[in-house]
Design a protein around this ligand. Sequence first.
Ligand code: FES
Length: 153
Amino acid sequence: MKNRRNILKVGILGLFSVVITACTKAMTDASSPTATDAATNTPSDSVTGSSTKGAAIAQLSSLKVGEGFNFTANDGTGAILFKTKDEKVYALSRICTHQGCAVDFDLAQNKLICPCHGAIYETVSGNVISGPTIKNLKKINVKIDGDNIMEVI
Ligand code: FES
């Protein structure tokens, strides 16, 4: 009789172990990326200017000197990219440091101007020229990688 109980206990434990293993495998498979996921997870189109980790913001050859190129920074906020005559690039946040409106690049004045309350910033440095804010625009680190311009995270 005692031997039968032991056999029954071992059988129940074995069955329980099989069920736990099957459940764990099912949960792991559901949360793991599959080959199909990888195939459909394409980087953002650099032509539109969106930027995700590892994706190009734009191509250096397609940027014009002195013109701003709006893009979405990796943190999801608006930003603007510039190319200099000597093929260098720099980027600034477009979030006005006064109350958060999106600043616009004014090509004629070569300045970044906030449409909400008129703050004006320098394009190269992002420094405030006139308020109401006293805080400069945030710089966004970018680098040139071949013809691609990438945000440095
Ligand atoms: Fe830009 Fe007020 S939000 S000046």
